[in-house]
Design a protein around this ligand. Structure first.
Ligand SMILES: Nc1nc2c(ncn2[C@@H]2O[C@H](COP(=O)(O)OP(=O)(O)OP(=O)(O)O)[C@@H](O)[C@H]2O)c(=O)[nH]1
Ligand SMILES: [Mg+2]
Length: 346
């Protein structure tokens, strides 16, 4: 059950995912036609939380969602999954049409390993097999690689890392770094049927807490391993403490620093695990109900653009640089609300 009637035409959403530096924000800026979201030039993660950028793709009004990579240097996987889950629950409940997911990957990457593989695994678990036909696997930064080398990496992606997704209907394509190329890619999703991701079925239809979803369970396993590791290290430190001589001041100071650091890391993984126990669907439903109560009854029940936008805006940042397009969307919906009223209402 959704709060409002599901509709294909009023507002659509596309998620843009991939590891840090894959070019998610760059791709979105090309579609938006300006520097709407920040891009990063160094190895640190740039986009720390989800942001939704309104864009017209053909005649469709689309919220493109810029997401942090699951290899983020500042935030944990559990924090990122929680943000994405809350947004996906709100989108599903509100009846905004999810057109698909664009998964970006740098063709300049020599290997696919470690954190990139982990991020790909989480991504597949979020989507589930049935939604893979709405997934576009997009390689970026072709201008930085020799064509033949790029093509051989592309072949390896096709035959190995992405083979399962491609055999289930995903499409592979190259992004050439321009607005036209981004438009061609995004347009491919517009003709597709709306999809429901596995994570959304699990959270909303089956009412599972995050840790019981495929993606949350996978992250939870990683957290449990880390927790065991920190607990063991703390036990070892405790043994060491018992052996320390009263007079050994330097060692004691070092011990205290190590102990405090390990304790802090253990606390962080405990918080991560706690977060995954949350019932996201109930939480989000309550927040939406509280917000929509303040609006008029008619708006509450209709798939009305301002209502949909304000529900989405509760769960994701909308950059202020998008206000012109939002104003034109809102004026089309004939309610005379300007984007500045809209932003102040969020
Ligand atoms: N020439 C070119 N540069 C790109 C392309 N994609 C990304 N870049 C550059 O690569 C750097 C990182 O790109 P971002 O768009 O910030 O990467 P991101 O995926 O959003 O990364 P996070 O926000 O950290 O998750 C920026 O300096 C971009 O300008 C591309 O297709 N072509
Ligand atoms: Mg970014």
């Amino acid at each position: 059950m959704t709060l409002v009637q599901r509709t294909e035409d009023v507002l659509s959403m596309v998620l843009v995912m991939g590891i840090t530096g894959a070019g998610k924000s760059y791709f979105i800026n090309k579609l938006a036609g300006g520097e709407v979201v920040r891009t990063g030039a160094d190895l640190r993660s740039c986009t720390a939380s989800c942001q939704a950028v309104p864009v017209n793709i053909g005649r469709t009004k689309v919220m493109l969602v810029d997401t942090p990579g699951f290899d983020d240097s500042g935030r944990t996987d559990s924090e990122i999954l929680t943000d994405i889950s809350r947004l996906l629950t709100a989108q599903y409940e509100a009846g905004v049409s999810l057109k698909g997911v664009i998964y970006l990957h740098r063709i300049t990457d020599v290997r696919y390993q470690g954190s990139s593989l982990k991020a790909l695994n989480i991504f597949k678990k979020i989507c589930g097999e049935l939604a893979l036909k709405n997934v576009l696997l997009v390689t970026t930064r072709w201008n930085e690689v020799d064509e033949a080398i790029g093509a051989s990496r592309e072949k390896q992606l096709r035959e190995d890392f992405w083979a399962y997704m491609l055999s289930n209907g995903s499409t592979m394509t190259r992004f050439h770094g321009t607005k036209d190329s981004a438009m061609v890619i995004a347009s491919e999703l517009m003709s597709k049927q709306t999809i429901v991701l596995k994570l959304q079925r699990e959270l909303v239809d089956e009412g599972k807490p995050l840790q019981e979803t495929a993606a949350g369970g996978f992250i939870n396993e990683n957290i449990s391993e880390l927790k065991t590791q920190y607990e063991r290290e703390l036990r070892d430190l405790d043994e060491l403490r018992k052996q320390l001589q009263e007079s050994d001041r330097t060692m004691k100071r070092k011990f205290q620093q190590d102990w405090a650091r390990e304790q802090q890391m253990l606390r962080r993984v405990q918080e991560d695990q706690e977060r995954l126990r949350r019932d996201i669907a109930t939480e989000v439903r309550q927040e939406i109900a509280q917000k929509t109560k303040k609006r008029s009854g008619v708006q509450k029940m209709l798939p009305f653009l301002p209502t949909l936008l304000s529900i989405i805006g509760m769960f994701v940042g909308i950059p202020p640089g998008c206000s012109n397009l939002l104003t034109s969307w809102l004026s089309e919906s004939d309610i005379g609300e300007s984007a500045s009223d809209f932003f102040s209402d969020l």
